[in-house]
Write a protein that binds this ligand. Structure first.
Ligand code: NAG
Ligand code: NAG
Ligand code: NAG
Ligand code: NAG
Length: 395
């Protein structure tokens, strides 16, 4: 989800220390008193990218990207590693232990013998901060009101039709619940602008040159950087798993839970704000010919599906030649707000020649998830599905 929520949540109460002392909640995790057992690994951390810049402080390094390398303690058994890209507001921490103390996707994939590289995206977590020149679109987290509505407890608010199917969040999913508070304490700022794309495009390929060809698993807005890496150095991206990618073509529906039913113009290059390698080539985004496809539909008076802005069929849609070299799995859950618009991103990619396997999780027997499915009760089931797909694509 992007930062437009900030506009609505301007009054947001902030989660302060001490709120989490409520013991009245009945979340299952706390009741179970679950303790955490990560898969055994050895850890190394390093940085990629970065630019030296003369400032009043002297020459400083900016824009370097933090990478956490986890190697199975028993040694890796898979030939190629996995790079994991987090979504907005979080950091690489989202792949580690879950807020309910269950083991996260990092442990799952370590147990399958993969070496992992967990990235903190630009200006997030332990990566280099933004330089003042770029300070234009920094968000500073979102209010819990929005996180509940779109991420952890959509079924309590029913702001879109599919919200009612959400069952997999551990605990109540509302602030004051210890699992929610743990989750929310990991929120931080996020930056989504052209500089973020430019810096992450270069840093991702620096990383891949250093570690060799890899698979990428990316959540939500982190998927932007998997696409840019595929555009920049496709031969180093063996497979791309988009977990509810958030690159809706030419616009954003991220305010849908607040009743917005039209696309807010964004991503002039279709699925990016910065140029992509199209064929035939373009020198300016305005050369992409757009059209609206499908109808925005309502079920029980609530948004259930959005129309899309795609390339027109005439002239023939331009192809994303490099991104098309990378096989992609795109998964969407039953109850996330993304079910109302992620089909647009998949349609756009397919029209541009990308081979995408689009999986609606209930079709493979995985029900009740929301957008943060890697933190939900059945997170291992989803990881197992992803692993099955990866093993078919990459031997
Ligand atoms: C997670 O583990 C910590 C440390 O043992 C404990 O304090 C916390 O209550 C646990 N949380 C849940 C939801 O079980
Ligand atoms: C380098 O630092 C200066 C002074 O802080 C700043 O004005 C400039 O924008 C920075 N350049 C880049 C590329 O970040
Ligand atoms: C959006 O909602 C308004 C009413 O709030 C309605 O008039 C309009 O037709 C809707 N647009 C779409 C695309 O559904
Ligand atoms: C939304 O509409 C598209 C056609 O425009 C369709 O392919 C897709 O399955 C629909 N999704 C939902 C959730 O109804």
């Amino acid at each position: 989800m992007i930062k437009k929520f900030l506009l609505i949540a301007a009054f947001a109460l902030r989660l302060g220390t001490g709120i989490a002392t409520s013991s009245a909640s009945s979340d299952e995790g706390a009741a179970a008193g679950r303790t955490h057992h990560d898969a055994a690994y050895t850890r190394r951390v390093f940085y990629v990218g970065g630019d030296y810049n003369k400032t009043a402080l002297g020459t400083v390094l900016q824009n370097q990207i933090y990478v956490e390398q986890l190697t199975p303690a028993a040694g890796k058994t898979q030939a190629h590693p996995i790079v994991m890209l987090h979504g907005g507001d979080l950091s690489g921490i989202v792949w580690l232990n879950k807020p309910d103390n269950g083991t996260g996707w990092a442990s799952f994939f370590l147990n399958q013998g993969y070496e992992l590289f967990l990235v903190d995206e630009w200006s997030v977590g332990r990566s280099g901060p933004e330089s003042t020149a770029y300070k234009s679109t920094v968000g500073s987290g979102i209010g819990y009101e929005i996180a509940e509505v779109v991420f952890t407890a959509p079924q309590l608010y029913n702001k879109y039709y599919q919200a009612r199917f959400h069952t997999q969040w551990p605990g109540k999913g509302t602030f004051g619940d210890p699992i929610f508070d743990d989750y929310f304490s990991k929120f931080g700022p996020v930056t989504l602008n052209a500089q973020a794309e430019t810096i992450m495009r270069a840093a991702m390929c620096d990383l891949l040159r250093r570690i060799g060809p890899a698979m990428i698993i990316a959540h939500s807005i982190g998927d932007q950087y998997a696409l840019l890496a595929s555009d920049e150095c496709p031969d180093l991206v063996l497979a791309h798993v988009a977990v509810e990618g958030d690159q809706t073509p030419f616009g954003s529906y991220d305010n849908a839970a607040n009743g917005a039913n039209t696309s807010v113009p964004y991503r002039p290059y279709g699925i990016a704000n910065t140029p992509l390698d199209y064929s035939p080539p373009i020198s300016d985004a305005s050369q992409l010919v757009k059209t609206t496809v499908g109808q925005t539909t309502y079920t029980d008076g609530l948004i259930s599906n959005f129309s899309c802005i795609l390339q027109a069929e005439s002239p023939a849609p331009r192809k994303l030649t490099n991104i098309a070299k990378v096989p992609q799995l795109f998964i969407v859950s039953q109850a996330s707000i993304h079910i109302t618009y992620d089909h647009c991103q998949v349609s756009y990619l397919r029209q541009a020649g990308v081979h995408v396997t689009f999986t609606y999780l209930p079709d493979v027997g995985i029900n009740g998830n929301g957008h943060f499915m890697m933190l939900e009760k059945n997170s291992d089931d989803i990881a197992a599905y992803i692993n099955g797909w990866i093993r078919k694509i990459v031997s």
